[in-house]
Design a protein around this ligand. Structure first.
Ligand code: FAD
Length: 310
């Protein structure tokens, strides 16, 4: 049989990179397969809360994490994993470009993806005025009027970042208060001339033929229920990317996150999870929790292999 890895880690985010670093340091024969370099960490812009690195650029931080893991022997393969199958105690990993890899253990660090609003024409207008990442697409709207949906951490940080580009930012919030961290809500409140918060407000419809020109709101704002904007950023949370976990029968919680305990193991022998995919930290999902859980997952995989004497 071809090379059998001690572990295959799926995901190029902080959870996957930290797992790779630790697995490498345990001298495990390690392959990391990932689709998008850096995951959300690479798209987050400046990261202010990763200990030991002040004002880290998310992309640069991801590059360093990868290099560190490479230095300890982890191998990387760019590709989308389409399926994982457990057969005769081994995990068979198949990618979209028809490669297959085999490992004794698997660490799933596939993260989460942005929640959509679920309104008619949302997909049709995606990237034609509707976006899901201010860091990625905010610079398109220099000097324009835009709206951000969401009053949580994601919405408030997006509005703050968007205000660096846009002329005016409307923050559309369903409830009657912001639920983001106080440090962000305080910042947003002192930017009243640039960021206007519309509480108890929901979008009912998108306007514009080929691209977004505005939205219809559930109530009047400045005398009309139509708000004219050039762009809209939807920042209303995330859903776990759990297809591969489901494939191998990993138990999920009621919200679709992979069930695990403090050791990051799952109900499937040899299968571990880390990062935003898992339910270990509740809704507190950060680079530091992702990296920490990746390290723990690799540690658990290592001791599992040792217990089998493999
Ligand atoms: C806009 C934004 C700003 C943020 N800012 C901060 C911040 O300032 N500080 C902070 O601590 N946290 C921040 N976060 C949260 C933080 O980015 C995440 O908690 C962290 O990225 C989770 O890491 P992860 O490795 O679990 O998942 P991700 O970073 O989502 O990475 C998942 C990886 O899995 C890959 N993948 C998924 N499916 C497959 C597949 N089938 N095959 C191959 N690869 C696959 C993806 O391509 C990706 O590489 C922010 C998040 C967002 C969205």
């Amino acid at each position: 049989m071809d090379n059998i890895y001690d572990t295959i880690i799926v995901g190029f985010g902080p959870a996957g990179f930290a797992a790779a670093l630790y697995a490498g340091r345990f001298a495990m024969n390690t392959l990391v397969v990932g689709k998008e370099f850096g995951g959300y960490a690479a798209k987050a812009g400046t990261i202010h809360n990763y200990p030991g690195v002040k004002n880290a650029d998310g992309y640069e931080l991801s590059k360093t994490m990868k290099e560190q893991a490479e230095e300890f022997g982890a191998k990387f393969y760019d590709g989308e994993v389409l399926s994982i199958e457990k057969k005769d105690e081994l995990f068979l990993v198949s990618t979209k470009d028809k490669k297959s890899f085999t490992a004794k253990t698997i660490i799933l660090a596939t993260g989460s993806e942005r929640r959509k609003m679920g309104l008619p024409r949302e997909s049709e207008l995606e990237n034609r005025g509707i976006h899901y990442c201010v860091t990625c697409d905010g610079p398109i709207y220099v000097g324009k009027d835009i709206a951000v949906v969401g009053g949580g951490n994601a919405g408030v940080s997006a509005a703050l970042l968007a205000s660096e580009y846009a002329k005016k930012v409307y923050l559309i919030v369903k409830g009657d208060s912001l639920t983001a961290e106080p440090i962000s809500t305080e910042k947003i409140k002192i930017m009243r001339d640039k960021i206007e918060i519309l509480y108890k407000t929901e979008i009912k419809e998108f306007l514009g033929a080929d691209s977004l020109s505005g939205v219809v709101l559930n109530k009047d704002f400045n005398g009309s229920n139509k708000l004219k904007i050039d762009g809209l950023f939807v920042e209303i949370g995330s859903l776990p990317v759990n297809k591969l976990a489901k494939d191998i029968g990993v138990f999920l919680d009621d919200h679709g996150y992979a069930r695990t305990d403090f050791s990051m193991k799952t109900n499937i022998a040899g299968a571990y999870v880390a990062g935003d995919l898992c339910n270990a930290f509740g809704s507190f999902k950060q680079n530091i929790t992702a990296a920490a859980s990746g390290a723990v997952a690799a540690n658990s995989a290592y001791y599992y292999l040792r217990s089998l004497n493999k």
